[in-house]
Design a protein around this ligand. Structure first.
Ligand SMILES: NC(=O)c1ccc[n+]([C@@H]2O[C@H](COP(=O)([O-])OP(=O)(O)OC[C@H]3O[C@@H](n4cnc5c(N)ncnc54)[C@H](OP(=O)(O)O)[C@@H]3O)[C@@H](O)[C@H]2O)c1
Length: 248
C-alpha cells in the first residue's frame, strides 16, 4: 500500500449504488449504508415502491437518488451510472443485489424462462459492473458486492435455472476479483441461505419453506455493510451466511 493511500473512501466518494433497493435485502442494505453516511442511488423498476423507500431513507436524514430502471435494458446502464456520478458524486460502492427466484424442474423450464432468470441474475450484474469499472479504475478505488446465494454452491432440485444463474454469478465474481485486485478494486460474493423476503411470495416461486426459520434481510445487510466498510487494505472475498436453526 502506498504511503499516501487512505484506508477508507473520502467523504465525497461515500456514494453507493444498490440495485433491487425497493424490497427485501436491497432495501435493508440501502438503509444501513444511509445510516453509515453514504449517499445512495436506489434502483428498481416499480416507481411507487422505490419512492416509498426513498421517503423512508430521507426521513433518516439520508441523501438518496431513486432511479426507476429495468436492469435488463442493458443499453441504458451507462447513462444510469453517469446520472448517479453527476448527482451524488464518484461511486465507490456497487451492490449487485437485484435478482429473481424461479422454481420448476429443468425438464419443465422453458428456454425463455431460463433466459429470463440468467439475464437478470447473471448478465445484468456483469453489464452494470462493466459501466462502473472504468471510473473506479481511474480513481483506483471501489467495492463491488455481488449478492449470490447458497444456491451457487449447492444443488437444489427444482431450482435449476436459479442455481445456474447464481453459480455463474459466483464464477463471474471470483474472476473479476482476480482481474481488478491490482486496480484497487475489491470484489465480494455474499452467499446467503434463505432470507425472509418478498422473493418467496412471487408467482414464479413455488416452495413451502418455514419463513420463521429464514435469515432476516437486516442480518444480510449487516454483513454487506461490514464488507464495504472494512479497511481498503482488506477484502472479504466470499462469505456464506446461513440461518442458525438448520434451515436452508
Ligand atoms: N430471499 C432469499 O432467500 C435469498 C437468498 C439468497 C440470495 N438472495 C438474492 O438476494 C437478492 C435480493 O433478493 P430479495 O430476496 O431481497 O428479493 P425481493 O424482495 O423480491 O427484491 C428484489 C428486488 O429486485 C428488484 N428487481 C427485480 N427485477 C428487476 C429488474 N429487472 N430491474 C431492476 N430491479 C429489479 C425488485 O424491484 P422491482 O420489482 O420494482 O423491479 C426488488 O427491489 C437476489 O439477487 C436474490 O437472488 C435471496
Amino acid at each position: 500500500m502506498s504511503e499516501d493511500r487512505i484506508d477508507h473512501p473520502p467523504e465525497h466518494e461515500k456514494v453507493a449504488l444498490v440495485t433491487g433497493a425497493s424490497s427485501g435485502i436491497g432495501r435493508a442494505i440501502a438503509r444501513q449504508l444511509v445510516k453509515e453516511g453514504f449517499r445512495v442511488a436506489l434502483v428498481a423498476r416499480q416507481a411507487e415502491r422505490l419512492d416509498e423507500v426513498a421517503g423512508e431513507l430521507q426521513a433518516l436524514g439520508g441523501e438518496v437518488l431513486p432511479l426507476v430502471q429495468d436492469l435488463t435494458e442493458f443499453d441504458r446502464l451507462a447513462g444510469l451510472v453517469e446520472t448517479i456520478e453527476q448527482k451524488l458524486g464518484p461511486l465507490s460502492v456497487l451492490v449487485n443485489n437485484a435478482g429473481m427466484g424461479y422454481t420448476g424442474s429443468l425438464v419443465e423450464t422453458s428456454v425463455s424462462d431460463w433466459q429470463r432468470v440468467l439475464t437478470l441474475n447473471l448478465t445484468a450484474p456483469f453489464a452494470l459492473t462493466r459501466e462502473v469499472l472504468g471510473p473506479m479504475r481511474a480513481r483506483r478505488r471501489g467495492t463491488i458486492v455481488n449478492m449470490v446465494s447458497i444456491a451457487a454452491q449447492r444443488a437444489f432440485p427444482d431450482w435449476g435455472a436459479y442455481c445456474a444463474s447464481k453459480s455463474g454469478l459466483l464464477a463471474f465474481s471470483r474472476t473479476l476479483a482476480q482481474e481488478v485486485r491490482n486496480d484497487g478494486i475489491r470484489v465480494s460474493a455474499i452467499c446467503p441461505g434463505s432470507v425472509d423476503t418478498a422473493l418467496w411470495d412471487s408467482d414464479l416461486v413455488n416452495a413451502n419453506f418455514d419463513r420463521t426459520r429464514m435469515l432476516q434481510a437486516d442480518t444480510v445487510a449487516q454483513l454487506v455493510l461490514m464488507t464495504v466498510t472494512l479497511p481498503e487494505s482488506a477484502v472479504l472475498e466470499e462469505a456464506v451466511l446461513m440461518p442458525g436453526f438448520g434451515a436452508f
